[in-house]
Ligand binder design. Structure first.
Ligand SMILES: Cc1cc2nc3c(=O)[nH]c(=O)nc-3n(C[C@H](O)[C@H](O)[C@H](O)COP(=O)(O)OP(=O)(O)OC[C@H]3O[C@@H](n4cnc5c(N)ncnc54)[C@H](O)[C@@H]3O)c2cc1C
Length: 389
């Protein structure tokens, strides 16, 4: 069954999440608890059960699986991290493909490469001779580089990871927003939902996979910047139009200079385009941003005007969907992959993982696998992910 859109304020992405976690009673305790049901949390829940089938795993999702960035992403698959390669990171794309194989997730992955595009100013690389893309957007936009990567269907990735987690024996509980976590002998997690009184679950170990939301809980307030980032989908275009605008090779693209613009074709020849970041109003969360309000509406109008101005072949292209999604940035562009600062001394038992910026589609599952190993005491965390660093 296709799930309803969890946050109406953020508009409707085109991706369909076609998996509903089976109803399950809320246990009083679980060996391992994952907070957050995006790519990170779902992949981690599946891996924890695969690595430690004797341990119970419960995932608590505030809303519906994929309600955050994962069900709203562009679905461009990229190698490495937003900060490039990092010590000990390994091969993200190879690892991601292996995870999909192991978990039997079919998400329409196509790894034909991705294009970096730029206006060719003094600070950017020179355009490639014969660049298929030749657009007009604050200068002449052309391909400057090709990098490993591709595309997938994010709805299928969310569904597939959730299905794999449930198949492996994890319990996924939706509409369970975690409100408080206390460290005592065991970790006490308090959550609400469905109008019921707040409830509790005890855990031995916890993974925080809450990304750009619940920053206080994850000890990320002031350490990383949350934003709502915007995307829009056009109606399908013809093969002749695709040829004319230089996308016949169907590679996704993103600018490496400003103003930022990214995009990708979907299988039905509609195109997802993205640009624009909205700040959370002071003291309130991203959840309160309504994409119909003045600032996002102006950013959408600007994005659509830019897209129509790129090339005469798409001058009257129609847009069918507009949506936003939460994104989290660190100053150094590195992901957060750290023990939670409130872990008791000598007993590291909670990991915070996220803040991939616009680079989390493959990296989230890849690092979730690593996080599962670390929670089970089988692998050290990398030094580059520390919250303090
Ligand atoms: C519009 C957009 C386009 C993007 N495009 C790309 C792209 O093309 N390529 C790329 O590599 N990356 C892209 N990204 C980034 C990528 O989508 C994210 O890095 C990735 O989805 C993050 O996954 P996650 O599971 O860590 O976080 P999320 O998917 O945000 O999941 C966090 C989950 O935690 C839940 N949660 C929060 N607080 C609580 C709580 N207190 N209790 C319980 N649950 C809680 C939320 O409801 C949410 O479901 C994009 C992001 C956006 C928003």
């Amino acid at each position: 069954m296709t799930q309803p859109n969890a946050n109406e304020n953020w508009g409707t992405p085109p991706w369909k999440i076609e998996f509903e976690p089976p109803a399950a009673p809320i246990p009083a305790s679980s060996n391992l608890v994952v907070i957050g049901g995006g790519f990170t949390g779902l992949a981690a829940a599946a891996w924890l059960r695969r690595l430690a089938p004797g341990k119970s795993v419960v995932l608590l999702e505030a809303s519906r699986i994929g309600a955050g960035a994962s069900g709203r992403t562009g679905g461009i698959v990229l190698a490495e991290t937003a900060a490039g390669d990092l010590p000990g990171l390994g091969d993200v794309l190879a690892g991601f493909q292996e995870i999909l194989r192991e978990l039997e997730v079919d998400c329409g992955l196509e790894l034909g490469g991705a294009w970096e595009i730029a206006r060719g100013g003094a600070s950017s690389k020179a355009p490639r001779a014969g660049s298929p893309i030749d657009w007009n957007d604050s200068g002449r936009l052309r391909v400057v580089n090709e990098v490993p990567g591709g595309t997938l269907d994010p709805g299928k990735l969310v569904s597939g990871l959730a299905r794999a987690a449930v198949r492996a024996g994890a319990v996924i509980l939706e509409n369970c927003p975690v409100q408080n976590v206390r460290w005592a002998e065991r970790i006490e997690i308090e959550f609400g939902g469905d109008g019921a009184r707040s409830r509790k679950i005890f855990a031995e170990k916890v993974l925080y996979a809450t990304n750009a939301l619940s920053l206080d809980l994850a000890a990320l307030a002031g350490k990383a910047e949350p934003r709502l980032t915007l995307a829009a989908l056009t109606a399908p275009i013809t093969g002749a139009q695709i040829e004319a605008i230089g996308l016949a090779q169907r590679k996704p693209f993103y600018t490496v200079d400003l103003p930022y613009l990214w995009g990708r074709l979907r299988r039905d020849n509609s195109i997802v385009w993205g640009a624009g970041l909205v700040n959370a109003p002071d003291g309130r969360g991203l959840e309160t941003i309504d994409i119909a309000s003045a600032e996002p509406a102006a950013l959408f109008a600007r994005l659509e005007q830019r897209v129509r101005g790129l090339h005469p072949a798409i001058a009257s292209i129609e847009f069918t969907h507009r949506w936003g999604g939460p994104i989290l940035f660190r100053d150094n562009w590195r992901p957060v992959f750290s023990w939670h600062p409130q872990c008791p001394p000598g007993n590291p038992n909670a990991i915070v993982l996220g803040a991939y910026a616009g680079h989390g589609v493959a990296l989230s599952s890849y690092l979730a696998d690593w996080a599962a190993e670390s929670l089970l005491g089988r692998r050290a965390l990398p030094s580059w992910g520390s919250i303090g660093g």
